[in-house]
Design a protein around this ligand. Structure first.
Ligand code: UT7
Length: 330
């Protein structure tokens, strides 16, 4: 039962300094700046230094979100981290971030819903805050995809980048906050986007390494077709659950996988380009981190104002999809 309204009270993000341009990739695989730009919209992506892992980027984004929210780490009750690239299988990346930021009172766990992971984590956080179980929840998405890309596979290595985003979810005035969440999954598409080895089915072995099973595998055009269908449908569903329509969306922050997917979805929704935050040209696809990084940039650029209806929408491996409608509270 909803006792309190949960909303975002602070955002933060982090991307590594080092970048790889499309021109750099031309030297590694058989591709061209022209192909990558026209087929994806991506121009460059950030790559973490060897010493940096997902928890480090997540820690940095978290500290910025806490600062923006104006609360201390000791006030956080729960940390949820969305990632497909955790520091290790266990302990969770959330526990590592909890220790880094000294959120000593916080429970901590990870969520895995691929590129939809941030909105899945947000929806979980909302339940805890709305029921009064917790007051302040830190939701983080951090991805170090460069470690899991096959740099010889032009189908995938051009797409991904590293980065992290974070938000603080807390009680807000009843007029504002998270109005709806819509989550979905279709496991029949599990093989379309996957990292096959390193788990209990195919533990790491010389054979899995030789067969390149520790890097991302994707059936790009199948995922593309699914994405174009699901993005607009999921955004419409979040609007409907909030008692609104897509025409009420003041700002749309979509998952940043491919400019053609974003533009096709915005067209279906009847949303103008000025109401969209697009940063995939700079960062590529950062999986779960794409949406919170874009959201943080849009907020800091003054594009999202108090009272705006903000829709976040994503899709990804699993297959999964997720959307949320928020009346911006800050
Ligand atoms: O966030 C998770 C979800 N992931 C996504 O959303 C990705 C969704 N899919 C996509 O964005 C697109 O499918 C891609 C960008 C991955 C590929 O674009 P596409 O228009 O679907 O191309 P395609 O896979 O159908 O490939 C067309 C051609 C092929 O050559 P042939 O068979 O026609 O001779 C590919 O081998 O383009 C070739 N190709 C490339 N050429 C130059 C594939 N990758 C490259 C490349 N450079 N990097």
């Amino acid at each position: 039962m909803e006792l309190f309204k949960a909303g975002i009270i602070g955002t933060g993000s982090f991307v590594p300094d080092k970048l790889i341009t499309n021109k750099d990739l031309e030297k590694i695989v058989d591709t061209s700046d022209e192909w990558i730009t026209t087929r994806t919209g991506i121009k460059e992506r950030r790559i973490a230094d060897k010493a940096i892992a997902s928890s480090d980027m997540g820690t940095n984004a978290s500290l910025k979100a806490l600062k923006a929210a104006g609360i201390g780490a000791e006030e956080i009750d729960l940390i949820i981290v969305a990632t497909v690239t955790p520091d290790m299988n266990f302990p969770s990346t959330a526990c590592i971030i909890q220790n880094n930021i000294k959120a000593t009172r916080a429970a901590a766990f990870d969520v895995e819903a691929a590129c939809s992971g941030f909105i899945y984590a947000l929806a979980i956080a909302e339940q805890f805050v709305a029921t009064g179980f917790y007051k302040n929840v830190l939701v983080v998405a951090s991805e170090c995809l460069s470690r899991f890309v096959n740099w010889k596979d032009r189908n995938t290595c051009i797409l991904f980048g590293d980065g992290a985003g974070a938000v603080v979810i807390s009680r807000v005035d009843k007029k504002y906050g998270i109005l709806s969440c819509h989550l979905g999954a279709d496991g029949s598409g599990k093989d379309l986007l996957s990292l096959k080895a390193g788990g209990s089915r195919q533990p790491a072995s010389l054979e899995t390494i030789e067969k390149n099973l520790h890097s991302i595998h994707m059936e790009g055009s199948e995922v593309f077709k699914f994405a174009v269908k699901i993005m607009a449908a999921a955004a419409n569903e979040a609007a409907k659950l909030a008692g609104l329509t897509s025409q009420d969306i003041d700002y749309l922050v979509p998952h940043q996988a491919n400019i053609r997917i974003i533009e096709a979805s915005a067209k279906r929704l009847g949303i103008d380009k000025e109401k969209l935050w697009i940063n995939l040209d700079k960062y590529g696809n950062m999986s779960a981190a794409s949406i919170p990084v874009a959201l943080d940039e849009a907020v800091r650029a003054g594009q999202i104002k108090k009272g705006d209806h903000v829709c976040l929408v994503g899709f990804g491996g699993g297959l999964t999809w997720a959307s949320t409608m928020i009346r911006w509270a800050i």
